[in-house]
Design a protein around this ligand. Structure first.
Ligand SMILES: [Zn+2]
Length: 120
């Protein structure tokens, strides 16, 4: 549940304008994650997908790795077991941004930028 660790410290490095701009953005992203509750689900989805992360465990999704409803296959199966067992409803997961609706589940948007980063 920690995204801020990967984006660094938001308030460091105010030495030039470029750094300030970056710091501002990081703080905003962190806030989006922090306030996620029910209706914040969409923001969570946007954030995690833009970073190529699983909507469940929030870990990076490796390039070329298959996902289901925005989740690692493992995470999807765990979620599926949970709703079959009645511990959670699928709607609850959707509302909280912890998975995508099945219609969107097949293809994940992998953009050029994240793909290039993944090669490093
Ligand atoms: Zn996962």
């Amino acid at each position: 549940m920690e995204l801020k660790g990967t984006t660094g410290h938001g308030r460091d490095g105010k030495n030039d304008l470029g750094m300030s701009e970056i710091a501002f953005r990081v703080v905003k992203e962190w806030d989006v994650v922090k306030v996620r509750i029910t209706d914040e689900g969409q923001k969570r989805i946007d954030l995690l997908l833009s970073q190529n992360r699983c909507l469940g465990c929030e870990e990076k999704i490796a390039e070329g790795e298959k996902t289901k409803c925005g989740l690692h296959p493992t995470c999807y199966h765990a979620a599926r077991r949970a709703w079959i067992a009645g511990r959670v409803t699928r709607n609850q997961l959707l509302r909280e941004g912890k998975m995508l609706p099945p219609a969107q589940g097949g293809a994940r948007p992998i953009n050029k930028f994240t793909r290039e980063l993944g090669r490093g």
